[in-house]
Design a protein around this ligand. Sequence first.
Ligand code: GRF
Length: 202
Amino acid sequence: CRVAVLVSGSGTNLQALIDAAGERAEFSICAVVSNRPGAYGLVRAAEAGIPASVVDHRDYLNRESFDSALMAEIDRHNPDLVVLAGFMRILTPEFVRHYSGRLLNIHPSLLPKYQGLHTHQRALEAGDSDHGATVHFVTEELDGGPAIVQALVPVQAEDSAELLAKRVQVQEHKIYPLAVTWFAQGRLRMVEDRSELDGELL
Ligand code: GRF
């Protein structure tokens, strides 16, 4: 299974996927694409010998033209799956439809709670006892696509948003490779806005 990974920043989830691809060989990362030239994820890709490129959103007049350039760059590598790993751009419906059923994202909350930004702070402010992360298929609704796997992280009394974020990230690095492996094994599908693993609805 050929996987393209989109990043905007540090790329720790990309690193977890690179490591898992090396260990299990059920999938390989065929391309890393960033919208930011300075993203550290590009360095991680280069170190792993993965083709890495930049499609800088600032070079495009609008979201539509950026997304079509991004699609062209991704499709050059013929991926079976496209994985958003800290990719901080909202994607157009055209983009999402183009990769429907083969586009994954990881979000740092127990969705449907806390769609959008500042999830750790919001969980603390709400006094939640549990927080976590969710891998989901991407649909046109932002952070609203069907969930695949969640990791639960208990909130501790002295937690700050930074401490909580660190513990959530440790879990992200486990569940993202897991979901990609399921997809690569042909066990995971999106069926009419629901996720199915081994033929069972999730
Ligand atoms: C992660 O917290 C992920 O949940 C969110 O963006 C962050 C990316 O971190 N979507 P990294 O670039 O993988 O380190």
